[in-house]
Design a protein around this ligand. Structure first.
Ligand code: UN1
Length: 536
């Protein structure tokens, strides 16, 4: 654990203190210190159960959640065992018997109340995300707001999703497209968006009539507990089974159970491409459904006619925001030769000014916080080493500052197809690449295995439509004059290729949480079988 203060960074910038020096109370848990009083508002205690299926429980390993900003323990969570998971799935199946019979608009009303509950706790929940994940408070609050927004969206949806009546080619027949919920669905989320991604899935899945089992990231268990408390409060107040929304915090064993369990009709997984591939194969092996949000390697192309002010602001937001730990983080900045030097110089200046705002993510005014874990720091260091070995020049940063804090880093001089450029490192490292035409820029954008987010800055309408068209970006998110991060509710979040093909929170996302039946209904006494063949 790291306790000393940082005053001067390796880039020579004086930093604000990043470590909370409040005197340790008896138990040594942050929970007991005045700065973190908001945890008690959320019902977080020194020891918390990490499993909920209508009752709070947990008989597995006790994990201590650590604060990424100072390495100190926040509070403890007792996780679930495979037996606890079994209890969750049974309770969830029973809850489905009740929930599937609740008319869709009434289910929407429950989702509306969940949104209200989250609104009431917006700030403390946002602070908890900040404390446990390490992102700055406005980003933590913004993430909870994404859950609130998707609740609003799901409420409307609960009165709107509908099958079509299709003209039948037979006389006296109706052809109907009918949608029913799937049953129990599993939601496995990652540490970097410990609230929003659960919200995108659960709000819509719930309105559609499914029950859920959630496994949050092992390193953000308190956030999972606090969110589930809000949801449980609403379900219990409405005399509904709590297992409509179960939680089973745990390790790989729980994730593997969810993937392999035929009682889980859909598995939504957010995380790395490598793990996602295993999940997908396991789910496919039992012909289950999966919804994958995997790695991204997002590029932003700057054409020579772009508004450079907008480019620099956007690039900084998308490279350095959340300390480079968004799936949508900008990792490859592709600059046209004509504006290359100008953008690079301005970017370096902006990075230097961001470094003066490095600090505790919970403190007002902090813009740049720590990486989530020591593992993330190791990945950052390994990538910097590889980048240099492959011929990259560190234009800015490149060093670990202290604890989980690393310098945001700009690398130039690498080939667009260098191995390190093609791999996603969840850290604030951006590779600056060159192009001399839009065709070349698009080819570079598309040559990686991931296909999540992408963006172009240009004022030329022809360029825009080339970018959006069949030979343009092959990603799920294809932006113009706005960065790769910051996707909105109602658009669809997700991407192609090694990103997994899933789409969440978008206009047609609901269909993934339901099964479609095609129903042909004969309301005559005739039997017009196909092709006029008579089996008589
Ligand atoms: C993610 O990066 O995992 O578009 C999710 C964004 C956010 C969500 C990102 N609204 O950056």
């Amino acid at each position: 654990m790291w306790r000393s203060l940082v005053t001067v960074s390796k880039t020579g910038v004086r930093l604000s203190p990043i470590v909370n020096n409040t005197r340790c109370m008896s138990s040594g848990l942050l929970l007991n210190e005045p700065k973190y009083a908001f945890l008690k508002e959320l019902g977080i205690e020194e020891d918390n159960n990490g499993v909920y299926d209508g009752t709070w429980k947990g008989s597995g390993e006790v994990v201590t959640s650590l604060c990424p900003a100072n390495g100190r323990p926040i509070a403890r969570v007792r996780t679930g065992t495979v037996q606890d998971y079994e209890a969750c799935i049974k309770a969830s199946q029973e809850a489905w018997q009740v929930w599937a019979d609740v008319p869709a608009p009434h289910r929407g009303e429950i989702v509306r109340q969940i949104g209200e509950e989250l609104r009431n706790y917006l700030l403390p929940l946002g602070k908890l995300v900040s404390l446990e994940m390490g992102k700055i408070v406005p980003e933590g609050v913004g993430e909870v707001q994404e859950y609130v927004d998707i609740c609003d969206y799901a409420v409307g949806l609960s009165r709107m999703y509908a099958g079509k009546v299709i003209p039948s080619e037979r006389p006296g027949h109706a052809l109907i497209e009918n949608w029913n919920p799937l049953g129990v669905i599993g939601i496995i989320t990652a540490f970097n968006f410990p609230v929003a991604v659960y919200g995108w899935n659960s709000a819509i899945a719930m309105a559609c009539g499914n029950t859920m089992i959630w496994k949050g990231a092992p390193t953000t268990p308190l956030t999972s507990v606090a969110i589930t408390k809000c949801v449980a409060q609403v379900l219990e107040k409405n005399s509904l089974p709590g297992a409509i929304s179960s939680l089973c915090q745990g390790g790989t064993d729980i994730g593997e159970k969810i993937a392999a369990d035929p009682r889980v009709k859909l598995v939504s997984f957010t995380g790395s491409t490598a793990v996602g591939k295993k999940v997908a194969m396991t789910v496919q092996d039992r012909f289950g459904k999966h919804l994958l949000e995997l790695g991204g390697n997002n590029a932003l192309i700057v054409n020579k006619d772009a508004d450079i002010d907008m480019v620099v602001r956007s690039a900084v937001f998308a490279c350095v925001g959340t300390a480079g730990q968004r799936c949508t983080t900008l990792r490859r900045l592709i600059l046209h030769d004509d504006i290359y030097d100008e953008v690079l110089e301005r970017l370096k200046k902006s990075y230097a000014s961001i470094m003066t705002r490095l600090g505790d993510p919970l403190d007002d005014g902090t813009l740049y916080g720590p990486l989530h874990s020591q593992q993330s720091v190791k990945n950052y260091q390994a990538t910097i080493k590889d980048a240099v070995a492959e011929g990259g020049k560190i234009e800015y940063g490149g060093n670990v500052i202290q604890g989980n804090y690393v310098e945001p880093t700009i690398v130039t001089g690498l080939a667009h197809d260098a191995a390190v450029v093609h791999r996603e490192t969840f850290a604030p490292i951006v590779y600056i690449l060159r192009c001399s035409s839009l065709d070349e820029g698009i080819a570079i954008n598309n040559e990686v295995e991931q296909g999540l987010s992408s963006s172009i800055f240009t004022k030329d309408l022809g360029n825009v439509f080339q970018w959006l068209g069949p030979k343009g970006s092959d990603c799920g998110i294809v932006n113009v004059n706005i960065p790769t991060s910051g996707a909105e509710i109602g658009g669809a979040f997700g991407g192609e290729k090694a990103t997994g093909g899933g789409r969440e929170s978008g206009s047609d996302a609901w269909k993934q949480y339901m099964r479609r039946s095609t129903c042909t209904i004969n309301y005559t006494k005739e039997l017009p079988l196909a092709q006029g063949i008579k089996f008589e």
